[in-house]
Ligand binder design. Structure first.
Ligand code: MD3
Ligand code: FE
Length: 203
């Protein structure tokens, strides 16, 4: 199923489902070399969601600010390469949503456990907002929240389940969004966790 959420935003229900095992294995490979960690915001708060990255650039936050960086600050090593499984999924999903030839160079991987959340924010650390962002949900379901260009714009809630893919481009690219506190549960493939991949063209 394909649903329009907003102008330029498309949900592809179950699009990644038949590749779930391969995607989760690729996440494990990344995490073996660049472990999930709880980053600190510029304001000094530790994020409840654990994160890692793969690709030429990885998104980080610390007391100095938010940015993309070629090296994992924890190890000093380059982030693991973008898995071909991530690249093909991103291109196929973007194409299905009307964005041809999407070639991401960064993938932020978020890991949620029950009780964790991601507050309303905009993704604006990328160089060029003309590229979409492809988001892949795996494991426990979550309620995703998205508003508009302005923080005070009304928000809508969307349930995202294992295998759902969302493509955010065009007018929705800078919409505020977040994830409500994850409810407890058990998923056959991920246990008490939800993973979200966001494939981005950062540079
Ligand atoms: C709407 N991740 O990593 S992905 C993030 O489920 C992030 O972990 C969430 O927000 C998660 O930055 C949601 C969906 C998403 C990503 C980018 C967007 C929605 C977006 C950019 C513009 C509008
Ligand atoms: Fe975001």
């Amino acid at each position: 199923g394909k649903e329009a959420l907003a102008p330029g935003a498309t949900v592809l229900r179950g699009f990644a489902r038949k590749r779930d095992i391969a995607l989760l294995a690729a996440i494990e490979d990344v995490a073996a070399r660049a472990p999930f960690r709880h980053m600190v915001t510029p304001g000094g708060f530790q994020m409840s969601v654990a994160m890692t990255n793969c690709g030429a650039a990885g998104w980080i936050t610390d007391r100095s600010g938010y940015r993309y960086q070629a090296h994992d600050p924890q190890s000093g090593l380059p982030w693991p390469a973008l898995s071909p499984a991530f690249l093909s999924l991103a291109d196929e999903a973007a194409t299905a949503a009307g964005f041809a030839n999407f070639v991401p160079d960064a993938c932020l991987i978020n890991r949620y456990e029950p009780g964790t959340k991601l507050s309303l924010h905009q993704d604006k650390d990328e160089a060029d907002y003309d590229h979409p962002i492809v988001s892949v949900s795996l494991g426990l379901p979550a309620t995703f929240q998205f508003g508009g260009q302005k923080r005070a714009d009304p928000v809508r809630k969307v349930a995202l389940e294992h295998g759902d893919v969302v493509v955010w481009g065009g007018p929705s690219r800078l919409f505020h969004h977040g994830v409500l506190t994850l409810k407890s549960g058990e998923h056959p493939l991920t246990g008490r966790r939800r993973f979200n991949l966001t494939l981005r063209k950062a540079l």
